[in-house]
Design a protein around this ligand. Structure first.
Ligand SMILES: *[C@@H]1O[C@H](CO)[C@@H](O)[C@H](O)[C@H]1NC(C)=O
Ligand SMILES: *[C@@H]1O[C@H](CO)[C@@H](O)[C@H](O)[C@H]1NC(C)=O
Ligand SMILES: *[C@@H]1O[C@H](CO)[C@@H](O)[C@H](O)[C@H]1NC(C)=O
Ligand SMILES: *[C@@H]1O[C@H](CO)[C@@H](O)[C@H](O)[C@H]1NC(C)=O
Length: 475
């Protein structure tokens, strides 16, 4: 510690700037935080102008780190029901931006990738989920089975190397259940073109040839050597996890057996190539036949017939954590109603509980949001929705529960509105939502930081910092 340090006791937070500054210091320099004799927290404050190697403070908040220390940039691991990095907990406030690879493939739009990472970093987001596939479409990575476009692969290399610059880790999804970016229907088209007798898109999950196409694709991506960093994808700590598929459903088999077998086969396939990274399935989280007492938490009765089964699917060997999506507006009613927020809370709490009781793994709410196109939409409602998601998670964090984090759907930089599906959040245009996101980032960063030296949940009652972490505020 340098000579300009002075010890400050946190007695309360007088101004928002101090508060954010205090949190920033906690994040960056957690070893300076210690327990005072009376059990209150103390921390060491250094001159914010120039004292933090690797990062600098600006009036806007977090700013880009100059270097990422090699020994800080470790693989994310799972221990019990928590994510850990370097033996510290890693609670996630993150986002989705699915199109990064495709925009990186053109020089004219490549800058948008950097912009979105920059903006995410500025509000403290640390994980991005994006598509590491584009099957047979415009700017395809996989043009046909086992035929790759090297230029697009280099665009994915760029996405991975750029993410690291902003200390953002990536969840890379390996194909889609839906036809956007090719996905399951494209694999079936390839199979038909090769003369296979396929009758349904769900043949993707059971036909041996289609499974071999997918496996070959996965193997190629995981073994890819990044042309910018020289790091093999399967060795790169920038990658948080592999996702088998975005939102798999197998409606032709409501028993769930077909999808279950596919998950069993593919999770082991990924782990066999890359034992270091975490693996998740990509499910929306619907309860199925294995848990008749839980289907009441589904948004509707159809949800239990789509061939997925939250608890059973996640009990598969090789699956490290659970995923859940949250779309009250597409599952309950497009028009926003009083039922939406209570649904979101009970949907989340049920999955957190199951992840604790049956799965012993963290659960990531890997897509949530609300569309500006919904009847009854306004930004106040969006803010209330975000607050509900974040508070429900903090309630889990506080007691060391399975709620591992959330990824909003979806973050867009300026000038990409033409791709907006209604859910896009542009930080500059959404100050109130951005503040809520930023506050949540700060809280999680404090949790991750406090626990870096001592993680005894619940022992710091009446502490002012604790009060900040659990304050029942709205912004
Ligand atoms: C294709 O498969 C279906 C169902 O599996 C079967 O009923 C049909 O006879 C098959 N068609 C041919 C040409 O083999
Ligand atoms: C990657 O490897 C190539 C060839 O071995 C080398 O020329 C280049 O400097 C390396 N780049 C980095 C970033 O390490
Ligand atoms: C915002 O939307 C919600 C949900 O549709 C509605 O209940 C509320 O009255 C709206 N508030 C404003 C200020 O328009
Ligand atoms: C916090 O979680 C507990 C246990 O799941 C639940 O009973 C309680 O209602 C939750 N409180 C809030 C404010 O969400």
């Amino acid at each position: 510690m340098g000579s300009s340090e002075k010890v400050l006791r946190i007695d309360g937070f007088s101004s928002p700037i101090f508060l954010i500054l205090a949190c920033f210091i906690l994040v960056e320099n957690s070893t300076a935080l210690g327990l005072g004799g009376d059990g209150s927290l103390e921390m060491v404050v250094t001159d914010p102008e120039n004292q933090f190697p690797g990062s600098s403070w600006t009036s806007q908040g977090f700013s880009i780190p100059d270097v990422v220390e090699a020994d800080e940039w470790r693989m994310v691991e799972k221990k019990g029901n928590q994510f850990m990095v370097n033996d510290k907990p890693f609670y996630v406030n993150g986002f989705n931006t699915y199109w990064l690879m495709v925009l990186a493939a053109d020089q004219s739009t490549r800058g948008k990738v950097t912009e979105v990472f920059q903006q995410a970093f500025s509000i403290g987001l640390t994980v991005c989920r994006t598509w590491a596939f584009n099957d047979g479409q415009w700017r395809a990575l996989q043009k046909s089975p086992s035929v790759y476009d090297e230029e697009v692969f280099q665009a994915l290399d760029f996405v991975v190397s750029e993410a690291k610059k902003y200390k953002i880790r990536l969840i890379l999804s390996l194909t889609n259940n839906w036809d956007a970016y090719g996905g399951k229907p494209q694999y079936v088209k390839w199979g038909k073109a090769a003369g296979l007798n396929l009758t349904s898109d769900d043949d993707f999950f059971s036909n041996p040839t289609l499974k071999s196409y997918y496996k070959a694709y996965v193997k190629t991506v995981l073994n890819r050597v990044n042309t910018i960093t020289n790091i093999t994808y399967k060795e790169d700590p920038t990658i948080f996890a592999w996702e088998l598929m975005n939102e798999p459903r197998c409606t032709s088999d409501p028993s769930g057996d077909v999808l279950q077998e596919w998950i069993e086969e593919m999770a082991v396939h990924v782990k066999g190539i890359d034992p270091k990274h975490l693996v998740e399935i990509g499910l929306e989280g619907f309860y199925g036949p294995s848990t008749p007492n839980r289907v009441q938490y589904n948004p509707n009765t159809y949800a239990q017939q789509v061939g997925t089964d939250f608890v059973r699917n996640h009990q598969v060997l090789g699956v490290d954590f659970a995923s859940v999506h949250i779309y009250a507006d597409s599952w309950i009613s497009q028009a926003i109603s009083d039922a939406h927020l209570p649904f979101i809370r009970s949907w989340m709490e049920a999955h957190i509980e199951d992840a604790e009781n049956y799965l012993n793994m963290p659960v990531l709410f890997s897509e949530f949001g609300v569309s500006t196109k919904d009847p009854g939409y306004n930004s106040t409602f969006r803010d209330a929705l975000f607050t509900t998601v974040y508070r429900t998670l903090l309630n889990s964090t506080r007691r060391g529960g399975s709620g591992g984090g959330s990824l909003l759907w979806q973050l867009f930089p300026d000038g990409t509105d033409y791709m907006d599906d209604g859910y896009a959040i542009v930080i500059a245009k959404s100050p109130s939502t951005s503040n809520i996101i930023s506050l949540h980032s700060t809280r999680l960063a404090i949790f991750n930081s406090i626990c870096s030296w001592s993680c005894r949940w619940g022992c710091k009652k009446k502490n002012p910092l604790w009060a900040f972490l659990f304050a029942d505020d709205d912004a």
